[in-house]
Every structure is written in C-alpha cells, then in structure tokens.
Design a protein around this ligand. Structure first.
Ligand code: ATP
Ligand code: RIB
Length: 314
C-alpha cells in the first residue's frame, strides 16, 4: 500500500497585490491588481503533492474566522486529507504578498493559528505520522514543533524533509535529524550566518557546511538557475531550471518540494526526482497564485515529454 506524504505546516490566505515593482522602504506604488489565493507553505506542498496524484494528509491549524472554513475546504477539494487540520481560537494565517513585473515577490506572513500548532496538537496525528512515506515541514509553525517532529521521524525511521523557510538559525541537533534540507539562496545564507561569521558563502561552501553539520542530504534551490544537490561522498550536481516565462514565482519552492518527495516515493533516483520537481516548479511559476498554480500529474508528464523533444533548459 502507498504510504502517504504527511505535511505538517502552515495554512494561509494570501492577499496578493501586483505592481510594476516591489516598493522600497518608504515608497508607495500604485498596484495593478489584487487577488486572494489559498496559500501557506505547508498547505501549498500538500496541494501540490495531491495534484500529482499522491495520497497526502495535512496536519495544521486554521482559525475560527471565515477564512478558516474556506482554507480547509480548499485543501479537501484538492484531494488532501484534512482529518488533522484543527480549528483553533485565533485568526487564520495570512500572507501579504507583493508581486513585481518579472513575477518576483516579497512576503509578510502573519502566522495566527499556525503559531498555535504545538507538539501537543500533534498527539492525534501520531498514527499517520508514524505510517508516513515522507514527512514534510517548513518554518511557518513553531520551531519547537519542528524539533519534536524531527525526533519523532527519527524514532520511527520516517524520512523528514525540511524547507527552512522563512529561515532562521537551527540547532545542530535538528540539522542532524534531517533527511533533506531544501533552502533557497537567501535562506542558505541566513541558516549559516553565525557559523560563517557573517561571510557570504559560495553555494558549494554552504552545501558542504550543511553536510558537515550532519544534514543527511542537501538541495539548494537557486530560482531560475535551478538547484544544486549535495550528498555525502558524491560529486555535487547542478540541475538547471526549465526555461519558462515567469508570471508569479510564489510557491515555486513548495511545488518543488512536493515534486521531490513524490519522485522519491515513486522510487525515482535523486537526479530524476530533482528533474521532476523542477518541472512541477517551472509549471507553477507560469501561473498566478500559490495553490491554484500547482500542476496536475498529466500536465507535468506532458511538459516533460515536450521538453525532452525540444531540450529547452535554462
Ligand atoms: P518560493 O519561496 O517562491 O516558494 P523558493 O525561494 O523556495 O520559492 P526558488 O529557488 O525560487 O525557491 O525556486 C524553487 C525551484 O523552482 C527552483 O529550484 C527552480 O527549479 C524552480 N524555479 C523557480 N523560479 C523559476 C523560474 N523563473 N523559471 C523556472 N523555474 C523556476
Ligand atoms: O511559499 C509561498 C507561501 O509563503 C505563500 O503561499 C504564503 O502563504 C507564504 O506562506
């Protein structure tokens, strides 16, 4: 039987303004459009994996406001099991997002209910966590909960992938329990800031440092330049991104992580899984919004078929 992916993480409503550019500090710009989308790094990863045809359970919190019920329905409509989505006395998580003309973004996240996802609230989810094929987490929930999960995953030999976003410095004990860490470039520098004594590390140096700290496998996400895979005793591998026209890069990283986990669970190699994940992420950047941008399994298959006939890599 297929072991499900279990995502433990944030569920947000994204309030998205598009403008010609992202305002500087003190600057006001006139926007072009405003939309709301279902988002949150955790929920995005869950929806992406479900749309790829994989069994997914979400563990997280929504608030008692009107958004809470809508966010929960959005997840279940996408095929995610929401049995372990709690409703807690708080506002639902929100993200204020500005998108510039090249699809780039800046985001303020207000955790609300996500901040109340304590280890105690994972109690009822223990059986599904124990039977998971992969546990995926991010950092929009309390760090204490992520640390607890890493211990739980280690104890039950369940692979654990952490997207360290938004980044902060992490304890060595947590890093050592990660099967995979998947920071983007900014997050990589933030994770290692005090360890590198504020020096900017090259991506190879940063990947080596993370491996030296005990992370089992490292994948650095490099935006439109692709990703770098670093594993102990293996040469590093750069997988270029697919060349697509970026409309909105929000949740590209979430699409990528879901694709990577699905690839691994379908027993593809690390190389093939990273290419699959790159295709899922590339398709997501061609569309607006977080969850609505996630492609289906058929769309990814067609995209990869087309790409292999034209070999159109960035
Ligand atoms: P986000 O926080 O926006 O969800 P991220 O910052 O975590 O994303 P990125 O490095 O921006 O992660 O993107 C993740 C992956 O998505 C990249 O490794 C790449 O494969 C793909 N990707 C991102 N931007 C583009 C782009 N403009 N064109 C094609 N692929 C892209
Ligand atoms: O990774 C993208 C997500 O980050 C958005 O959907 C937003 O909710 C923030 O959590």
């Amino acid at each position: 039987m297929q072991k499900p992916i279990v995502v433990v993480g944030s569920i947000n409503l994204d309030l998205v303004a598009r403008a010609d550019h992202i305002p500087q500090v003190g600057e006001t710009v006139i926007g072009r459009s405003f939309n709301t989308f279902f988002g949150g790094k955790g929920a995005n990863q869950a929806v992406a994996a479900a749309k790829l045809g994989y069994a997914v359970s979400m563990v997280g919190n929504v608030g008692t406001d009107a958004f809470g019920a809508q966010l929960r329905k959005g997840l279940s409509d996408a095929g995610v099991d929401t049995t372990h989505v709690n409703t807690v006395e708080n506002s639902s998580g929100t993200a204020l997002i500005t998108i510039g003309s090249r699809g780039e973004n800046s985001i303020v996240v207000v955790p609300g209910a996500n901040g109340d996802l304590t280890p105690k609230l994972l109690e009822n989810a223990k059986p599904i966590l124990q039977g998971a094929g992969f546990i995926l987490a991010q950092l929009e929930i309390p760090l204490e909960t992520v640390e607890y999960l890493s211990q739980f995953a280690e104890r039950h030999s369940v692979p654990f992938m952490l997207d360290p976003a938004p980044a902060c410095e992490l304890p060595d004990s947590l890093l050592r329990r990660l099967s995979w860490i998947t920071p983007n470039e900014t997050e990589t520098q933030q994770l290692l800031r005090s360890r590198s004594m504020n020096q900017t590390l090259t991506r190879d140096e940063a990947a080596d440092e993370l491996l030296a700290l005990g992370v089992q496998n490292v994948l650095l996400k490099l935006g439109s330049r692709g990703c770098l895979i670093a594993q102990p005793s293996k040469p590093k591998e750069l997988i270029p991104a697919f060349a697509v026209e970026a409309v909105d890069t929000t949740a590209a990283g979430d699409a990528f992580n879901a694709g990577l986990a699905v690839g691994f669970l379908r027993r593809s190699s690390v190389h093939a899984s990273a290419i699959f994940a790159s295709a899922v992420a590339a398709l997501s950047v061609t569309r607006a919004g977080a969850q609505p941008s996630m492609p289906s399994a058929d769309e990814v298959e067609q995209f990869l078929r087309k790409q292999s006939s034209t070999s159109n890599r960035g």
